[in-house]
Design a binder for this molecule. Structure first.
Ligand SMILES: Cc1cc2nc3c(=O)[nH]c(=O)nc-3n(C[C@H](O)[C@H](O)[C@H](O)COP(=O)(O)O)c2cc1C
Length: 199
């Protein structure tokens, strides 16, 4: 299913076509090469000072025992509201930030742009996903302590988002309330509201 942005100005189809779907095909899996492509796209995002303050933990459903266990640990760390639709995700990817500079003159000082840069990497991954026919969906609805414990995430890293990725599925597979949200037109505040000057 598509849910193209009804833009007022024509955009590249990759930008207008990416959206946060919930209906995934539970029969299809993602192979390691495709996952590598997603993560490669992520690391080619821009970052302040090119410090690349992103880290990732990925689990592929049904690939091998290690991937499956990681997928399950990430799934178990999601809020119940997200577990309702993430059970068909082919990949669950945790995006982490390195919140302090690791080296150089500012070593140990907070990097105020770390989360910004992790967000940029996430969008880069989402666009690559869309380009190869996958859907993606970022989530803040997770239980940090649970993920930290089950995935052995050190305190030195911040958990920023969890991404669900998979092949498009049938919206009918979703509970009724989520089906309605899935089929709703996508909306944005108008440019006139968000561009404070310069439009
Ligand atoms: C940081 C972040 C956290 C989000 N958390 C959730 C979440 O926990 N559950 C969910 O269903 N969607 C979540 N979303 C998806 C947003 O609701 C979605 O991006 C927004 O409604 C715009 O829709 P679009 O991505 O289809 O354009 C999140 C998005 C972002 C960027």
């Amino acid at each position: 299913m598509e849910n193209r942005a009804p833009t007022n100005v024509p955009l590249h189809p990759l930008l207008a076509g990416r959206w946060s779907a919930r209906a995934f095909d539970g029969e299809r899996t993602i192979d390691g090469r495709t996952l590598r492509g997603l993560l490669e796209a992520a690391i080619w995002a821009p970052s302040s000072g090119n410090v690349q303050p992103w880290r990732f933990i990925a689990g592929l459903r049904g690939k091998d025992a290690e991937h499956q266990a990681r997928w399950q640990a990430i799934f178990d760390g999601l809020e119940p509201g997200n577990q309702r639709w993430c059970d068909r995700s082919a990949a669950l990817i945790v995006a982490l930030a390195v919140p302090a500079f690791e080296s150089g003159r500012a070593a140990g000082q907070p990097n105020g742009w770390a989360r910004h840069d992790v967000g940029a990497a996430g969008l880069s991954m989402a666009l690559q996903a869309h380009a190869v026919g996958l859907h993606s969906h970022p989530m803040a609805g997770f239980v940090p302590d649970k993920l930290r414990a089950s995935l052995a995430i050190p305190e030195s890293l911040d958990i920023v988002t969890v991404w669900s990725v998979g092949y498009p599925g049938d919206p009918d597979s979703l509970p009724e309330d989520l089906q309605r949200r899935e089929l709703a037109p996508r909306t944005r505040r108008p440019l006139e509201e968000v561009v404070l000057a310069g439009l």
